[in-house]
Design a protein around this ligand. Structure first.
Ligand code: GRG
Length: 299
C-alpha cells in the first residue's frame, strides 16, 4: 500500500477551491433522521477523511478551463469523490486488499465493522447519482452526467479494472495488461471527473478530446508514481521478484520496468498530460499545476 492510502494527504491545489469542496462534501452527507446514525457516521467517516480531493478538483478545474462556472459543477465534484470513497472502502475490505489503514486512519471496516463498511460503500454509490441528478442543471445535462459516471464506475471500467486486478494476483501480467488495469481503476475516474466538469461548461468536442488525452496520461502517471512510492524504502525487493512486488503479490511498474525506467515513464506521461491541455490556454493552468504535482508527489 502506498502512502497515499496510509498517511494523511498533503494539500495540493487552491485552498479556496479545496475549502469549497470540503464544505460541499460535508453538506451532501448531512442525511437527516431517516438514515441510521451509525450508517451516517460511517458514510461521513469514509467521505470526509483527509484525502487529496484530486478528482473533485479535476471536475472544477475542467469547468474553469472550458470557460464555465465551477460552482455549477460542484454536485459533480461531490459525486465523483463519493464514488472514489466507496471504491476505497470496498477495496480495503478483507475480501479485497484487506487493509487496516487508509488516509492515515483505521479503514472503515476497522473503525466500524465489516457489514457497516460494506453498507457505507453501497450507500455512497446511489448518493453520488442522487447528488448529480438533483444538483446539475438543466435535467438533460444531469442525465448525461449520470450516464457518464455510471459507465466510468461500472463493470467495463472501475469495477472491471478491480476484478482484473484481483485476478492478476494469480497470474503474471505483462505491461500491457497492467496498463489496461490502471486505465480502468484510476484513469476512468480521472477521465469522467474532467468530462463532467467540461460538460457543465458546455465544452466543445476539441476541449473534451484534449481533456481525455490529459486524463489518460495523468491516470497512468499517477499509478506509476503510486507504485514508485510503494517501493521507496524497499530497495531490496525490486527486481528480485520476477515482476511482483511485496504488495500482496500485486504487479507494479517498478517491478516490471525497474525504478529508473518507471521514473522516466512518469515524466513522459506528465509531459503528455501538460501538452494535451495546451489548447486550453491560460485557463488550463491549474490542470498543468496538478499534473506537475502528480509528477513530484510524495503522498
Ligand atoms: C472496489 C470497485 C472497487 C474498486 C476499487 C480505487 C480502487 C479500485 C482501489 C484502491 C486501491 C488503488 C491503489 C487504486 C488505484 C487508484 C488509487 C491510487 C487510489 C488512491 O487515490 P488517491 O491517492 O487517494 O487520490 P486520496 O485518499 O488522496 O483520495
Amino acid at each position: 500500500m502506498s502512502q497515499s492510502s496510509s498517511s494523511p494527504a498533503s494539500v495540493v491545489g487552491d485552498p479556496d477551491r479545496l475549502a469549497a469542496i470540503e464544505a460541499a462534501l460535508d453538506a451532501a452527507t448531512r442525511l437527516g433522521d431517516r438514515c441510521p446514525p451509525h450508517l451516517g457516521e460511517a458514510i461521513r467517516y469514509a467521505l470526509l477523511a483527509p484525502g487529496k480531493r484530486l478528482r473533485p478538483q479535476l471536475v472544477l478545474m475542467a469547468t474553469e478551463a472550458c470557460g464555465g462556472d465551477p460552482s455549477a459543477a460542484m454536485p459533480a465534484a461531490v459525486a465523483v469523490e463519493m464514488i472514489h470513497a466507496y471504491s476505497l472502502v470496498h477495496d480495503d475490505l478483507p475480501a479485497m486488499d484487506d487493509d487496516d489503514l487508509r488516509r492515515g486512519r483505521p479503514t472503515c471496516h476497522k473503525q466500524f465493522d465489516e457489514a457497516t463498511a460494506i453498507l457505507a460503500g453501497d450507500a455512497l454509490q446511489p448518493l453520488a447519482f442522487e447528488t448529480l441528478a438533483a444538483g446539475i442543471q438543466p435535467p438533460e445535462l444531469a442525465g448525461r452526467c449520470c450516464l457518464e459516471l455510471a459507465r466510468a464506475a461500472g463493470p467495463r471500467e472501475l469495477v472491471g479494472g478491480q476484478a482484473d486486478d484481483l485476478a492478476a494476483e494469480h497470474q503474471s501480467p505483462g505491461l500491457e495488461q497492467l496498463q489496461r488495469i490502471h486505465e480502468r481503476k484510476t484513469g476512468a475516474l480521472f477521465r469522467v471527473s474532467l468530462r463532467l466538469g467540461a460538460l457543465v461548461a458546455g465544452a466543445t468536442d476539441d476541449q473534451l478530446d484534449a481533456l481525455d488525452r490529459y486524463a489518460w496520461n495523468l491516470g497512468l502517471a499517477f499509478q506509476v508514481t503510486d507504485d514508485l512510492l510503494d517501493v521507496a524504502g524497499e530497495e531490496a525487493a525490486v527486481g528480485k521478484r520476477l515482476g511482483k512486488d511485496s504488495r500482496q503479490g500485486k504487479i507494479t511498474y517498478p517491478a516490471l520496468l525497474g525504478v529508473e525506467a518507471s521514473r522516466a515513464k512518469a515524466a513522459e506521461l506528465i509531459a503528455g498530460a501538460v501538452a494535451a491541455v495546451s489548447i486550453l490556454g491560460e485557463r488550463g493552468g491549474p490542470l498543468v499545476a496538478l499534473a506537475e504535482f502528480v509528477g513530484r508527489r510524495n503522498t
